[in-house]
Design a protein around this ligand. Structure first.
Ligand code: BGC
Length: 797
């Protein structure tokens, strides 16, 4: 195969070529002035640029250059607005270019398998179609400016606990239909120039060296011709990674990565022409993304981007309840504002996505005072991460008594959700729950405004009049919220995920988070609404749900083999937007599937009384299922249910359509796969899962012998006293940071990292051989381990 940069590659030595396949430091690739190869700069992140000008770390610890903090992905997904996604992408790229960034590390589009994943705030949805469409929009926007987007984390990476030491055991059909379809859309429709491989293994092979994932699916099937970049510290066997489709190991590993590659080429396990091919693709990315860098140090338009952040927040706000039309707030009513969040907003999440906002984040207290409202009191109500404070609650209750309407600002605090940890429950912090309980005993004219990146239980829901969810609304989230509360804007967001009543209702409840090495995806296709709607489980708020200050009527449904047409009318008296959702289902005795799945959507903005006809064409995802007999996508011949829903539980239009497929039937016998046909997937036993999985379930239990790839938090299994002590110390320190209410990302990272991580995250200070020695020590071989460590340290120099 002809290489684009053959002239350069031919001049380089094997060592020089190999050195380019690992980072130069935390954020940059190796440069070679003698070959005119510049280094390429990468930067998080998904909802704002986190470009560190000084010391680099990948956890958001050291300050970064100020940048617009847009609402996080979980918020923007509620808008279902691809155009908005593109606009945010363009703005992110504009800012990135002023900071000399070539590759934006985002968007993140892992599937919200469980409401407890600590990074759900960074991801779009529980549904792959919505996730993929939103991600593709961001990518198109970013790449329209000439730099690259790097969607992440590819794939089946839905758990933070031991995130680098987890093996996602998932059957091929589920993997394709749920966990990779979003990435497929991102790659094919967004044309992503890069992709970040996940930390975890998939069916026993690390994502970054998984040829099925990187070669067969990504390259051969989807036609990806960009670069695969490892998640930070996620590279395991670097040479194997390069062989199997990965390009760049990040961050830098000194010369250790280079040595791995050179050794592999010399040993014949990695062909030099494969290395050249990967390098050529990497050089293409580097040179292509440098063409736009003339704008470095130009200023971006801070005000314009702040406006865009506000628009994004407005479109993302979801009205969940509005009894007696208590909202919008009426002029002349006395209003009490309660809750610490009104003063100190929670507007983004913690971890590598942390943005240093370009404008001081707005707060409700300031913004609401600009509206023509009669604010009679403000009370703090709670200490955000502490037990109920009776004094604060008492004051809040007194304030509530003076008001006609009480607005309580509540949600999840900083320690509840973060990169590096999974939530332990879907509870809201106790202090806030107690506050709501007490206030609702004196009045029911209560509006609860939530800030949180993922679902919470709301046992108080029946006792309040309205609930508005702003998710994590970015730096302009407060004015957006005030615009919705006062009716300047009609809320139009619809939930990107289901809100079950209780955490114990969730499909993966018995499997999440994984207890040992294996993270077994036994619930298979039944993620989120796919489960609840199939078994008819009652939930608090369905996927796709959201109210408006107006009402909409659907009519004139017509279906043909190309797609559907229907009419939507605004029957209220305010201009507003509706998000119509296309769901498709099929009854079948040979292919089990959820009763309905999202296959399209449209946003329609209408004036009062206005009606519009809307069409949604069927695309290649509309009828397909992944057939494990042919290892390809097939369409089962038969009659399909075509439905338009206001949300996943409320179908307003329905018709049927006969489709001539590619296969007459599937391969599943009802009697053999009954739980999967019925959606009763919460207690799938080993035999059933094995049947679906199609191979033996690997033994994921810890034997007591520590492996290089076991996480630090597993060291207590080892015989080595120091390992155990280290592990307990980290645990203790984590407890302290929990009490302080601020996630300690360094500790969390170390706690969840495998021993191998020390070789991948220390810029070459610890080599792989030294990590092996540490593993010996963790297993109680103190003398052997120390000798090996000393030898390896001498060799390193
Ligand atoms: C995160 C990635 C991020 C990278 C660089 C990792 O810990 O998983 O999402 O892009 O760090 O900051």
């Amino acid at each position: 195969m002809k290489l684009k940069y053959e002239n350069i590659i031919n001049k380089m030595t094997l060592e020089e070529k190999a050195l380019m396949m690992s980072g130069k430091n935390t954020w940059e690739t190796k440069d070679y002035p003698e070959y005119e190869i510049p280094s390429m700069t990468m930067s998080d992140g998904p909802h704002g640029i986190r470009r560190q000008a000084g010391a680099g770390d990948h956890l958001g610890l050291n300050a970064s250059i100020p940048a617009t903090c847009f609402p996080t992905a979980a918020a923007v997904a509620n808008s279902w607005d691809e155009q908005l996604g593109e606009q945010i992408g363009e703005a992110l790229a504009d800012e990135a270019i002023t900071m000399g960034v070539n590759v934006i590390l985002g968007p993140g589009l892992n599937i919200k398998r469980s409401p407890l994943c600590g990074r759900n705030f960074e991801y779009f949805s529980e549904d792959p179609y919505l996730s993929g469409k939103m991600a593709a929009a961001y990518i198109r926007g970013i790449q329209s400016k000439g730099i690259a987007s790097c969607p992440k984390h590819f794939a089946a990476n839905s758990q933070e606990l031991r995130r680098m030491a987890n093996d996602s055991i998932v059957d091929e059909r589920t993997f394709r239909e749920i966990y990779t379809t979003g990435f497929e859309i991102a790659v094919k429709e967004g044309k992503a120039k890069a992709i970040m491989s996940a930390y975890n293994e998939i069916n026993g092979v690390y994502a970054n060296e998984n040829s099925h994932l990187l070669q067969e699916i990504l390259k051969d099937e989807w036609g990806f011709d960009g670069c695969v970049i490892s998640d930070w510290g996620g590279s395991n066997d670097h040479a194997l990674g390069v062989k199997n489709g990965s390009h760049l190991e990040m961050p830098g590993t000194g010369k250790s990565g280079m040595k791995d590659i050179v050794d592999a080429v010399k040993a014949g396990t990695l062909k030099e022409e494969t290395l050249d091919q990967r390098l050529d693709e990497l050089l293409t990315l580097i040179f292509d993304t440098h063409k736009t860098q003339s704008g470095i140090n130009n200023k971006f338009d801070v005000e314009k981007h702040h406006e865009l952040a506000r628009k994004a927040a407005e479109e993302s706000i979801v009205l969940l309840k509005n009894d007696n039309n208590i909202l919008p707030l009426k002029k002349g009513k006395k209003i009490a504002v309660i809750g610490d969040f009104a003063k100190t907003p929670r507007y983004q999440g913690a971890g590598s996505s942390l943005v240093n906002p370009a404008k001081a984040p707005e707060c409700i207290i300031d913004e609401i005072s600009k509206a023509e409202l009669d604010i009679v009191a403000y009370e703090q109500g709670y200490v955000r991460n502490r037990k109920p404070d009776s004094n604060l609650i008492k004051r809040a209750v007194e304030a509530a008594k003076k008001a006609d309407v009480v607005i309580i600002f509540a949600g999840l605090d900083e320690i509840s959700e973060s990169e590096g940890l999974d939530r332990k429950s879907m509870d809201m912090p106790q202090g806030q729950k107690a506050l709501i309980d007490e206030i609702t005993t004196v009045t029911q004219n209560v509006v609860v405004v939530l800030s949180a990146g993922s679902p919470i239980e709301m046992p108080w829901s029946a006792y309040v009049s309205a609930i508005v969810h702003g998710y994590l609304g970015g730096q302009a989230g407060a004015s957006a919220m005030v615009n919705v509360l006062t009716g300047k804007v009609s809320p139009s967001g619809k939930l990107n995920e289901t809100y079950p009543y209780y955490y114990k209702d969730t499909p993966a409840y018995n499997y999440y988070p994984s207890k040992e090495r294996n993270s077994e995806y036994r619930e298979a296709l039944y993620v989120g609404y796919r489960y609840y709607s199939t078994v008819g489980k009652k939930i608090r708020f369905p996927f796709g749900y959201g109210l408006s200050y107006t009402t909409f009527e659907y009519s004139n449904f017509s279906v043909n083999e190309d797609g559907i047409i229907f009419a939507v009318k605004n029957t209220g008296n305010m201009r507003a937007t509706e998000i119509a959702q296309l769901y498709i289902g099929k009854k079948s005795d040979t292919v089990f599937r959820p009763v309905r799945e999202l296959k399209g959507f449209k946003r329609v903005t209408l004036n009062p009384g206005e009606q519009q006809f809307v069409s949604i064409p069927f695309d290649d995802k509309a009828f397909r299922f992944y057939d494990v007999r042919t290892n390809s996508w097939e369409i089962e011949t038969g009659t399909y249910d075509i439905m338009i829903g206001k949300n996943a539980d409320e179908m307003v239009l329905h018709d049927e359509l006969w489709i001539e497929g590619t296969v007459d039937s599937g391969c599943y016998k009802w009697e053999e796969f009954e739980p999967y046909f019925e959606g009763k997937i919460r207690n799938i036993d080993d035999d059933m899962f094995q049947k679906l999985y199609g191979r033996n379930i690997p033994d994921g239990s810890w034997s007591g012998k520590i492996d290089m790839n076991d996480a630090v938090c597993q060291l207590y299994y080892g015989k080595g006293i120091f390992g155990r002590l280290f592990c307990h110390t980290l645990k203790g320190l984590l407890k302290i940071s929990e009490w302080q209410g601020k996630p300690n990302l360094n500790l969390l990272f170390n706690y969840n990292m495998p021993i191998r991580g020390y070789a991948k995250m220390t810029g070459g200070f610890v080599t792989m051989e030294m990590a092996r020695a540490l593993t010996d020590m963790a297993n109680g071989h103190r003398i052997k381990g120390t000798a090996r460590l000393i030898k390896a340290a001498i060799k390193r120099n």
